[in-house]
Design a protein around this ligand. Structure first.
Ligand code: C5P
Length: 297
């Protein structure tokens, strides 16, 4: 018997970052939008906990207990006094170290899959608590759709989305470490008084109306200057997407994946082809949002 869960990637349509807190984290106003790129996490009873991974970026995925999927299984087993003897297989389609919450998706996916396999009957609230322990972006991977995350991003409020948004994602030649991007943010803002992060009402309205032009006008990412500072070539990718007709071009989360909002499905294809032809990225993906959260298949 095995259980498979499908989990989406995310793009941050707003990432407002406050100053560093005493615990090293940053207060955020983080507007997450789930997009239709998915990892599939399958759990099967086994002799002992082990992880395997397949997919284009599989070689970069840690297969030890630092993997968020393993940590999710271990934490659920600990809470319910169970033996965490499962084989976790990750069919990975979300870019690794890309700023699209791929690792978080696997954590949420493994948690939901183990919960179903073991029949723990944990409440949604408890699953969300475990997700928040695992990482700031993990609760959103469980719920999907669109949500505002405050605190370190883990306290979620669901947002209404009134239409389909068309996206192109450009994968970079190498990854970026999220802590390193936050450190660069701190370095670039040394001595600057950083205001409290505030969510944009214009952005909420754009999502609710399904209005791509309004969304394009409202997107923002305070981590983008830090990501560009560590990875200057991303500016060329952003420029290539803009030149090809993207309504908005931004770094996804801490990057280095870049996200391009297109006015429709056809123009998304045009933007994707232009990005590939520009030679400024490793690969491109065309997809839509919103996407559902972690789902047992
Ligand atoms: O919570 P998560 O493990 O995903 O965070 C990874 C790293 O990103 C943290 O260790 C921290 O350096 C940085 N981070 C932050 N403020 C946040 C979220 C993450 O500084 N709100």
């Amino acid at each position: 018997m095995s259980v498979t869960v499908r989990v989406p990637a995310k793009v941050n349509v707003q990432l407002a970052v406050g100053g560093a807190r005493p615990d090293g984290f940053h207060d955020l106003a983080n507007v997450f939008l789930a997009v239709g790129l998915y990892d599939e996490v399958t759990v099967t009873p086994a002799e002992e906990l082990r992880i395997t991974c397949t997919g284009p970026d599989a070689a970069q995925v840690p297969l030890d207990r630092t993997n968020l999927a393993a940590r999710a299984a271990l934490e659920l087993a600990r809470r319910y006094d169970l033996d965490p003897a499962v084989h976790i297989h990750i069919a990975k389609d979300i870019p690794v170290a890309g700023g699209m919450a791929g690792g978080s998706a696997d954590g949420a996916g493994a948690l939901l899959a183990c919960d179903a396999l073991w029949g723990t009957g944990a409440s949604r609230g408890e699953l969300l608590d475990i997700c928040a322990e695992l990482g700031s972006d993990v609760p959103f991977s469980l719920v999907g759709g669109a949500a505002l995350g405050v605190g370190r991003g883990e306290q979620l409020r669901a947002l209404e989305v009134g239409g389909t948004f068309h996206w192109v994602f450009a994968m970079a030649e190498r990854g970026l470490s999220t802590p390193a991007v936050f450190r660069e943010f701190d370095r670039m803002n040394e001595g600057v008084r950083i205001p409290e992060p505030v969510a944009s009402q214009e952005l909420f309205d754009a999502l609710r109306k399904g209005d791509s032009d309004a969304l394009a006008a409202a997107v923002s990412n305070d981590l983008q200057p830090a990501a560009l500072s560590l990875f200057p070539a991303l500016a060329d990718t952003l420029a290539a997407g803009r030149a090809a007709g993207a309504l908005a071009a931004l770094v996804s989360g801490s990057g280095p994946t870049t996200a391009f909002l297109a006015p429709g499905a056809e123009s998304a294809k045009t933007v994707a082809e232009a990005l590939l032809a520009s030679g400024t990225c490793r690969s491109v993906r065309v997809t839509e949002s919103p996407a559902p959260g972690a789902t047992v298949l």
